[in-house]
Design a protein around this ligand. Structure first.
Ligand SMILES: *Cc1c(COP(=O)(O)O)cnc(C)c1O
Length: 245
């Protein structure tokens, strides 16, 4: 990016303006997708996925009114959460990456919502650690829409058992479901399938209303199929580069 003479490249003011512009465009996309689906745009929460971007971006986003922040690696998220807490930035932390059981203690110490709960051992580990810390963590069942275990997510047939375990676990609340549209499945069919799974979960647990679906490239298809939370990185923050703290 070129800057005017004398202006520091990547300065806070120009970064704020850049984020404000992409946020406005993104809010426009979300509003248009909601209108097309006949849904009020207040039904869809934007989660800014800030992985690889510095805490200063999170603080600028918070200043622009984006307080739902997503991260996918504990080693990166934990220090960012600590910094924001120290700076009194009131972030709601969404953990969207796969969680290793040995990271359950750390993740459950700052995450408000874990989107990627896909197995019983993880339910137990998160629940034990959250209740020991006196916290309540909302958990979403990550659904593998193509049944490929490599990408994470519970197979559709396993979803009821994982949901039941979360709902019965001290320290956890069942929030709903999450998925990533698997290539090469068209996003509309992936998210249509997710909606059916979400409806099954909600018929057993009426409070589990969250559907976390849609990223920079497919948020319109997700909103058309009922997404309540979209997780957007690139379209808001730009292309990712290696994380430097
Ligand atoms: C990185 C990431 C996103 C954001 O992806 P973009 O394509 O950059 O919008 C969403 N969800 C998860 C689980 C991610 O890891």
């Amino acid at each position: 990016m070129s800057t005017a003479a004398g202006e520091p490249a990547g300065g806070a003011a120009s970064r704020r303006a850049e984020l404000a512009a992409s946020l406005q465009a993104l809010r426009g996309r979300i509003a248009a997708a909601c209108a097309a689906a006949g849904r009020p745009s207040g039904e869809v929460t934007l989660i800014a996925v800030t992985k690889t971007f510095p805490v200063s971006d999170i603080e600028l986003l918070a200043d622009l009114g984006v307080l739902d922040i997503g991260e996918n690696k504990d080693q990166e998220a934990a220090p960012k959460a600590a910094r924001c807490a120290a700076d009194d930035v009131p972030v709601t932390w969404h953990f969207v990456g796969s969680v290793q059981v040995n990271k359950a203690a750390s993740v459950s110490s700052y995450a408000h919502v874990v989107h990627s709960v896909d197995r019983l051992r993880l339910v137990l580990a998160l629940g034990r650690r959250a209740s020991a810390a006196g916290r309540t963590v909302t958990c979403l069942v990550q659904v593998s829409l193509d049944g490929d275990p490599g990408r994470g997510g519970a197979a559709i047939g396993e979803v009821p058992a994982v949901a039941e375990a979360i709902a019965g676990q001290d320290g956890l609340l069942l929030g709903g479901v999450m998925a990533i549209a698997p290539q090469p499945m068209p996003p509309a069919s992936a998210f249509g399938r997710l909606r059916e799974v979400a409806e099954q979960v909600r018929s057993a647990y009426p409070a589990a209303t969250m559907i976390s679906a849609g990223m920079s490239g497919d948020l319109e298809e997700a909103i058309a199929k009922g997404a309540t939370h979209v997780r957007v990185g690139t379209a808001l923050l730009g292309g990712r580069r290696p994380f430097v703290r």
